[in-house]
Ligand binder design. Structure first.
Ligand SMILES: Nc1ncnc2c1ncn2[C@@H]1O[C@H](COP(=O)(O)OP(=O)(O)OP(=O)(O)O)[C@@H](O)[C@H]1O
Length: 304
């Protein structure tokens, strides 16, 4: 479990992380989301004791990283998959890590199996594709069989198979009761594997919510679209029922304030033929964009 309290990190005049408080709990995948430069990587470095907070605290299972008796067995991390020595084989790399942490060789073989690297374990890392490098990074994170995993952009640059693999893996790790804390700058990536999302913008917490709550909050949520033979008749009935109705140029009515079933029932009472009826669920992408508008540091067209 990761707990950040009023966590702050400044680099000169840049505040990379600004009074951030959140919890990533066991048995769940917590997505850590934010535009480029939002402070995600810095937060992860702080969790892992690789940077010191300017103010506030962050702990794993209640202890600061520096105070963990056996860090690799408590929290495994993949920050930069390319940080492995290119001249080493995958097996040697993992074995070296294991030896310095008192982890047996049998566990190295186990994580190689878990990450599907058997066929390439004897190859030098410089020959690895991006996807194989990511698998190796995750193998390193799993080495100490830790209760908490911190993965920085683990699906970045992966092909669809690789993305699916990471998704299944993190869901499986959470199902085993582990805390999985995983960053991304793409909402749709997280939508499929995260239970909760912590959204960051310019170092500050923008949202800490379940994926479902975010969906309900999004712009499209609660909108019912209906197309009928007689939009004017139905619109009048719906307004009488307390709905907000916005006729569209193509004859479709956008209805808010009542559900699709009530809209259908009203059309039935009016004897109006329904040609199309759909309740929009909203999209995470829309919710995310709403949250991060104003906190995007860089956009196409230059820095803001
Ligand atoms: N060592 C450093 N020295 C100075 N500024 C830094 C340093 N590390 C990060 N920053 C700045 O802190 C801010 C947050 O950066 P960070 O890398 O944590 O963001 P991020 O959300 O991980 O972004 P990305 O998705 O691009 O990796 C940025 O403005 C960045 O330029």
């Amino acid at each position: 479990m990761i707990t950040a309290e009023a966590l702050t990190k400044r680099y000169g005049t840049t505040t990379a992380v600004d009074g951030l408080s959140f919890t990533a709990g066991p048995g769940a995948v917590t997505g850590f989301l934010g535009p480029n430069g939002a402070g995600k990587s810095t937060t992860m470095l702080l969790v892992l004791g690789l940077e010191r907070p300017t103010a506030g605290t962050v702990t794993v299972d209640g202890r600061r990283y520096a105070d963990l008796p056996s860090p690799l067995r408590t929290v495994g991390a993949m920050l930069d998959a390319r940080s492995v020595h290119p001249g080493r084989t995958a097996f040697r790399h993992l074995l070296g890590l294991a030896r310095t942490h008192g982890i047996p060789r049998s566990r190295v073989e186990e994580v190689i199996g878990l990450t599907g690297l058997e066929a390439v374990a004897g190859q030098r890392v410089r020959t690895f594709s991006l996807g194989m490098g990511q698998r190796l990074g995750i193998a390193g994170a799993l080495l100490g069989d830790p209760g908490t995993l911190v993965l920085d952009e683990p699906v970045n640059g992966l092909d669809p198979d690789g993305v699916l693999w990471v998704r299944d893996l993190v869901r499986g790790l959470a199902a085993e009761g582990r805390t999985v804390f995983l960053s991304s700058h793409l909402m749709h990536e997280l939508a499929l594997c995260a239970d909760r999302v912590v959204v960051l913008g310019r170092g500050r917490l923008l949202a800490d919510a379940s994926v479902r709550d975010l969906l309900e909050r999004s712009a499209g949520a609660g909108l019912v679209r209906v197309r009928t033979t007689e939009p004017d008749v139905l619109a009048r009935s719906l307004v009488r029922l307390g709905a907000e109705v916005a006729p569209q140029p193509d004859g479709v009515l956008h209805v808010r304030g009542i559900g699709a079933e009530e809209v259908g029932a009203a059309a039935g009472r009016d004897g109006v033929t329904v040609l199309e009826l759909a309740a929009e669920t909203g999209s995470l992408e829309a919710a995310y964009l709403e949250l991060t508008t104003g906190s995007v540091q860089y956009r196409a067209g230059g820095a803001r």
